[in-house]
Design a protein around this ligand. Structure first.
Ligand SMILES: [Zn+2]
Length: 405
């Protein structure tokens, strides 16, 4: 597998099409090797060690921060002088399961190329990005062995699962020893239609909650002797579902509340239930906070006279990368390479960007098309990965060469 790296020419995207082809086949080879490893979260299927070997061969110092069966890698190459710029690529090796009885056209762990697309679980989320990042770093180092500053890789096998022993743990370990990061690029699939049409500059926060409301079971024919938790909860549900939590801001929509489960039953037609349980999620903007939302919900429940017990989980804080060098550089590179103006967004689910932002001054997410992620027949266009590698490479040059030589 190192053959392709050793054989790479000095210029990563030289004009000669034959030389370009070498890089493109290196990306293609690597993404297929990764897909062949069934790394269903939190397993890494050996992906990390494979990437780690490659990084070591490129002069990176690698360290594992494994925790509770999760494989975490931190790799760094270059100066540890805090005054010099550091660029870190972040990604996950784990994938979601192919799905029970799901009807794939190909074996999800046997990469197959059809009409210019690589099919396989993880192709777009996010083994394609990993291959593009690694080849970008390899070719960058080959072209600029004396580059200033440092390049890092933060890889975990716990992003699709609980995401508590992965990137969060690496970030905490690095924080504990005073490591700092200027620019972090997360390879999550952010593209809507054409590579680079949109990048994430932040993500909303997420809160999970459960409320158990106590009533008094009774005969339906004697309403004065019972307290129906279904009726009692209806005001609260209506309030939470219709409230305007905050105003949308430039990059964030308003906070939203969604019930995902309501359960209450007695098992008989003539008996009212004793309790009701509801489970919900908030996606919230930086204009709100976990504390504010929690206190509002609890106070409302009290106001409506509910005998309620709460369970809260603050799953993710929101993050936002404001205008700065990383954002500007990525916008510029996308414009130059694709002739498109990229859209700055905070949409989608939550990502490890929220942890990295605690350590890195600026974080953006840039990756391939997200149309088939977590679905059957997940795929990514080969040409898209080649372009993505080119974008990562150019960002490295802009950040570590252009203004520092
Ligand atoms: Zn992902």
């Amino acid at each position: 597998m190192f053959k392709s790296f050793r054989g790479l020419p000095d210029l990563p995207y030289a004009i000669a099409p034959r030389e370009q082809a070498k890089y493109q086949s290196a990306i293609l080879e690597l993404v297929q090797e990764l897909i062949r490893r069934p790394s269903i979260t939190p397993s890494d299927g050996g992906c990390t060690e494979q990437l780690s070997e490659r990084l070591r061969a490129t002069g990176f110092v690698t360290e594992y921060f494994n925790k509770n069966g999760v494989t975490n890698l931190w790799a760094k190459r270059g100066s540890s002088d805090n005054k010099l710029p550091s660029v870190v690529f972040s990604g996950h090796t784990d994938v979601v399961p192919p799905g029970k009885n799901a009807k794939w056209e190909t074996d999800p762990f046997m990469p197959t190329i059809i009409d210019g697309y690589i099919y396989g679980r993880g192709a777009s989320d996010m083994k394609g990005s990993l291959a593009a990042m690694i080849i970008a770093a390899e070719s960058f180092v080959k072209k600029h062995p004396q580059h200033k500053g440092s390049i890092g890789f933060m890889l975990t096998s716990d992003e699709e699962g609980e995401a508590v022993d992965g990137t969060q743990h690496i970030v905490q370990s690095l924080q504990a020893r005073g490591e700092s990061i200027d620019y972090a690029i997360v390879g999550e699939p952010t593209t809507e239609k054409q590579l680079g049409d949109s990048i994430r500059i932040g993500r909303r926060g997420s809160i999970n909650g459960k409320i158990v409301i106590q009533g008094k079971q009774g005969h339906v024919g004697y309403p004065e002797q019972l307290s129906n938790p279904i009726h009692n909860s209806s005001k609260l549900i209506h309030k939470l579902a219709t409230k305007r939590w905050d105003m949308p801001s430039r990059y964030f929509p308003s906070t939203s509340f969604q019930l995902v489960k309501v359960h209450s039953e007695s098992g008989a037609m003539n008996v009212t239930p004793a309790t009701l349980e509801m489970v919900f999620n908030f996606r919230y903007s930086p204009r709100n906070s976990f504390e504010k939302i929690k206190s509002y919900v609890e106070k409302k429940a009290q106001k409506y006279g509910l005998d309620a017990q709460f369970e809260w989980e603050h799953e993710a804080s929101p993050y936002l990368t404001r205008r700065g060098k990383l954002r500007k550089t990525v916008q510029k590179v996308i414009q130059q390479e694709t002739q498109m103006k990229t859209k700055l967004t905070t949409g989608g689910g939550i990502s490890d960007g929220r942890y990295i932002k605690q350590l890195a001054k600026q974080v953006i997410e840039l990756g391939p098309c997200n149309k088939t992620i977590h679905q059957v027949n997940e795929r990514v266009a080969v040409s898209e990965l080649n372009k993505l590698c080119r974008l990562y490479f150019r960002v490295l040059e802009e950040l570590l060469i252009k203004n520092n030589s």
